[in-house]
Design a protein around this ligand. Structure first.
Ligand code: ZN
Length: 317
């Protein structure tokens, strides 16, 4: 009796998975009428934005060629190339992927076919080899594997530097924060930091547990970025409409530390997740970081709770 039931469970799970993948494609794939814009950040560095401020692209321009940080979704690849052309006639030569999520690597295939050389951390490339790509929101949606041509060609296990257009661009592995392959990119001449999705101004931090992210790593990575940044450093968040500075990173990090401290106190008092949620440790911050429907305190706080040793398993939610 047990076997057929298990099989049925597997089939239902499979259908649910396919449906959620379909739903994700639908939700992620409606780009009709989306117009990208390009704004100067500092020196020869620009930021490409889409309405709503998702998957911000860093762009280094100059006579020796263009270097991009992240590639947005595939259907926006032509628009990305076109908007870069608004500020330079130079060819796009290099692309760094800050991590594996589809809103940051979806344009890889088109850019690779144009001859752009793609760089990423070793761990990020390994995620491209998995049968399905996992997206952290809505409990973890699945996407199909990207084609082989979209994979990073050059990988690094620590850091790599680019020297072009008079700029030194340092790309290096951050502690495991959003994923376990997060790259920070620092344009040292222009004094611009691109932090990928480790830092976002529109929601609580997303620790993608399916792809190796963690609370501890998020705090460590933000500490590292804050240490690098000076008073004039411009910071491109992975998501958010504005280029910001060191103070905004400090505010974001301190919010996480405060929530962490409150949750830890309640864990020590023996509180269960439901009680912690009811106490609303993010109450002071929800107006600022809790308004994005896909990732609210309901997603953030349980991750904090369980990583700090709260009892029960995440799957029990
Ligand atoms: Zn991401």
């Amino acid at each position: 009796m047990k076997r057929p039931r298990k099989l049925l469970t597997v089939i239902i799970w499979g259908i649910a998975t396919l449906c959620s993948a379909g739903a994700s494609y639908g939700q992620l794939g409606n780009f009709e009428g989306v117009e990208l814009s390009i704004v100067p950040v500092a020196g020869n560095v620009y930021m490409v934005q889409r309405p709503g401020g998702g998957g911000n692209i860093g762009v280094l321009v100059g006579p020796e060629g263009v270097l991009l940080v992240d590639s947005l979704f595939a259907p926006l690849a032509d628009k990305l190339v076109a908007v870069v052309k608004e500020v330079t006639d130079s060819e796009i030569r290099f692309l760094i992927n800050t991590h594996v999520h589809i809103d940051h690597v979806g344009g890889n295939e088109n850019l690779a076919q144009m001859g752009v050389l793609i760089f990423a951390h070793d761990n990020t490339r390994l995620r491209f080899l998995e049968e399905r790509m996992r997206f952290p929101r809505r409990g973890g949606s699945f996407l199909a594997q990207q084609p082989a041509v979209a994979r990073p060609v050059v990988t690094y296990n620590d850091e790599i530097s680019f020297h072009l257009n008079g700029e030194e661009v340092r790309a290096f592995l951050a502690p495991p924060a959003h994923t376990d392959g997060d790259t920070f990119v620092y344009f040292s001449g222009a004094d611009v930091l691109h932090l990928g999705d480790v830092f976002r101004t529109t929601s609580y931090p997303i620790m993608d547990l399916y792809n190796g992210g963690s609370l501890r790593g998020t705090i460590a990575a933000l500490d590292q970025a804050i240490e690098i940044a000076g008073p004039n450093t411009r910071v491109i968040p992975g998501h958010g409409l504005s280029v910001v500075g060191r103070a905004e990173m400090v505010e974001f990090r301190d919010m996480i530390l405060d929530v962490q401290g409150q949750v830890l106190t309640m864990i020590k008092q023996g509180k269960k997740l439901d009680e912690v949620m009811a106490a609303r440790p993010t109450a002071d911050y929800d107006a600022k970081w809790g308004q994005e429907a896909g990732w609210t305190a309901n997603d953030f706080v349980p991750i904090v709770y369980y990583e700090l040793g709260g009892s029960g398993r995440l799957d029990d939610r």
